[in-house]
Ligand binder design. Structure first.
Ligand code: HEC
Length: 126
C-alpha cells in the first residue's frame, strides 16, 4: 500500500515536471521577482518603461508589454542586451550588463518573465 502511494506520488511529480509550459511558467515567476529587484527602477513595475530612474534617462527603455515590438526581438538579442548591456547591441550604456551579477538560470528566468508580459504573446517556435 505504502509502495503504491509512493509510486503514485512519483508519477504525479514526473507529470508535473514534464508538463509543457510548467517549467517556463515557474521561471517566469522567479523572473518577475528578479525584475522587481533589478530592473523595475528603470523599466517600471509592470515593464512599461516608466520606472522612476528610467524616466530620467536620455534614452527611454522600451515598453516590455508591447508584444508587437518585443516579439520582433529574438531571444538571442534579449539575452545579449541583458547579459552584456546596451553597448553589446549598439544600444545605450544606460542599460547595464547583468552577466556578472546574475546567474544563467536567473537571466533565463528574466527572459521568460519578459516574454510572459508581452501582449500579444510571442508565438512559440518563432
Ligand atoms: C539604470 C537603468 C536600467 C536598469 C536598472 C535596467 N535597464 Fe534594461 N534598459 C535600460 C535602457 C535605458 C534601455 C534602452 C537602451 C536603448 O534603447 O538604447 C534598456 C533596454 C533593455 C532591453 C531591450 C528592450 C528595451 O527596453 O529597449 C531589455 C530586454 C532590458 N533592458 C532588460 C533589462 C533587465 C532584464 C534588467 C534587470 C536585470 C534591466 N534591463 C535593468 C535601462 C535599464
Amino acid at each position: 500500500m505504502l509502495q503504491q502511494i509512493s509510486i503514485l506520488g512519483l508519477t504525479f511529480i514526473t507529470l508535473i515536471l514534464g508538463a509543457p509550459g510548467v517549467g517556463r511558467a515557474k521561471s517566469a515567476v522567479e523572473g518577475q521577482k528578479l525584475y522587481m529587484t533589478y530592473c523595475s527602477s528603470c523599466h517600471g513595475d509592470k515593464g512599461r518603461g516608466d520606472g522612476a530612474a528610467g524616466k530620467a534617462l536620455p534614452v527611454k527603455p522600451a515598453d516590455h508589454t508591447d508584444g508587437k515590438l518585443m516579439n520582433s526581438l529574438s531571444d538571442e538579442f534579449l539575452m545579449t542586451i541583458i547579459t552584456k548591456g546596451g553597448p553589446a547591441v549598439d544600444k545605450s550604456s544606460f542599460m547595464p550588463a547583468w552577466g556578472g551579477v546574475l546567474k544563467d538560470k536567473q537571466l533565463q528566468d528574466l527572459l521568460a518573465y519578459i516574454r510572459s508580459i508581452a501582449i500579444p504573446p510571442k508565438a512559440s517556435g518563432k
